[in-house]
Design a protein around this ligand. Structure first.
Ligand code: SF4
Ligand code: SF4
Length: 417
């Protein structure tokens, strides 16, 4: 386990520590999450009835193994560990991006995060429809922040590690954009980097668990390539956490504008940054996000918001969004129908017994059980076993609907992880 402490002599307990542990298979994730929580035991609330809110990154409906969203293995291991420790009030809450919110798509359903309700008796809350309270940020941004977040007794942020075409890095600080309700997330883009920093000043997580298993590089956050990072990290400080993660993926911290704002505000210092660079080695250099197209930048122009609203009924159609995707104006194409895919078997004659499916199964099924135990709470129907199988040995039934597009885009990449 690797550890960095930003303020070793802090007397108020705010040491800005980040602890990192390698993990890749589901077993390693469970061991890693338990080990990190043991290190951070002092941080957990003593009252087992505390309302714990877990805020993952469910940015859109892309399977987590693309690197886009929080991995169900991490969420399952975290819920299991919290339950083992006796916590009785656990909620998973997030507000997916504005395109998802506008179409009324449930990422909890599509990403099978809902399955954790049956497995651990937790609740899920869509922050896009939550009651909310306005906060004042910069450049006239005044988004409403979901009350489930503001009223949490203990807040755990579970971000991914991704490139971001606008913000450069998406990790703990960028994950906080998702606490703004629905279309209010647009306010953040009035001055994205400054407002990412500002919203992290308004409300801070009590604990951060970074899902650095499968990251996304290149054209993130919604259209990059997955890469094997194979790390979990835990921290109590989003600013130091993101500076450390930037270092571990070889992203120069000065290239991440919201970290510069944290430096200006004194929440990071040159000394802390210098020590991160001298004490920590790069684990896996990330491929940076490409320059955004002129059209993409134009589409974010605030003065054209009226035009966007006018043409939205046309632009929202998948065939039109597909053209915008090809022109690199948008990263995502959405379909209204949920997939109905289910794992219903494993074809023994095709199976090479590589056990990749076992390593990716969030519910810890054995090879003999995969495709046999197919109902909750044993199987989350997350399809991870199918995504990673190189031999097409996992038998599915149902319709992919819009998932066909992400299968064409990501299946081969995910098989090679
Ligand atoms: S990943 Fe596919 S080939 Fe490998 S053990 Fe699982 S089902 Fe068999
Ligand atoms: S068996 Fe497959 S579909 Fe079921 S939980 Fe495991 S990985 Fe997901």
């Amino acid at each position: 386990m690797l550890s960095f402490t930003a303020r070793p002599s802090a007397t108020d307990g705010n040491t800005g520590r980040v602890t990192v542990i390698p993990a890749w298979s589901n077993d390693e994730v469970r061991v890693g999450v338990a080990a990190l929580l043991k290190v951070w035991d002092h941080r957990l609330p003593p009252d087992r009835t505390t309302a714990i809110v877990i805020k993952p990154n469910l940015n859109n409906d892309l399977v987590a193994l693309s690197g886009n969203c929080t991995d169900l293995r991490v969420l399952d291991a975290l819920c299991a560990e919290l339950r083992t420790r006796g916590y009785t009030d656990i909620t998973i809450a997030d507000g997916s991006n504005v395109g998802i919110a506008r179409r009324g798509i449930s990422t909890f359903k599509r990403l099978r995060v809902d399955s954790l309700k049956a497995r651990y008796g937790i609740r899920t809350v869509d922050l896009n429809t939550d009651s909310a309270t306005p906060v004042v940020l910069h450049d006239d941004a005044h988004p409403q922040v979901a009350n489930t977040i503001l009223n949490a007794g203990f807040l755990i942020s579970v971000p991914k590690v991704k490139t971001h075409a606008e913000a450069q890095l998406s990790c703990a600080m960028k994950n906080w954009v998702g606490i703004c309700r629905g279309q209010d997330k647009r306010h953040m883009h009035y001055n994205l980097s400054r407002n990412i920093f500002a919203i992290n000043e308004v409300v801070q997580p009590d604990l951060i668990l970074v899902d650095g298993l499968v990251g996304m590089e290149g054209n993130g956050p919604g259209d990059g390539e997955p890469f094997r990072f194979g790390q979990l990290a835990m921290s109590d400080d989003a600013f130091v956490n993101d500076a450390v993660i930037a270092r571990l993926i070889g992203l120069e911290w000065g290239a991440v504008p919201y970290l510069l704002h944290a430096l200006e505000a004194g929440l990071l210092t040159r000394d802390i940054i210098g020590r991160i660079e001298s004490e920590l080695a790069v684990i896996r250099p990330i491929k940076r996000a490409p320059e955004r197209s002129r059209l993409a930048k134009l589409a974010e122009n605030r003065s054209l918001e009226w035009l966007k609203r006018t043409v939205r009924p046309i632009v929202q159609k998948p065939e039109v969004t597909e053209v915008a995707y090809k022109l690199r104006i948008v990263q995502d194409v959405y379909f209204l129908e949920d997939d109905t895919l289910r794992v219903v078997g494993r074809a023994a004659e095709k199976c090479g017994t590589c056990t990749r499916c076992v390593g990716f199964c969030p519910t810890s099924l054995t090879l003999a059980e995969i495709g046999v135990k197919v109902d909750l709470p044993d199987c989350a129907q997350c399809l991870y076993c199918w995504w990673v199988c190189p031999n097409d040995a996992i038998v599915l039934e149902g319709e992919p609907q819009g998932m066909a597009r992400q299968i064409a885009r990501y299946k081969k990449d995910i098989e090679k992880l």
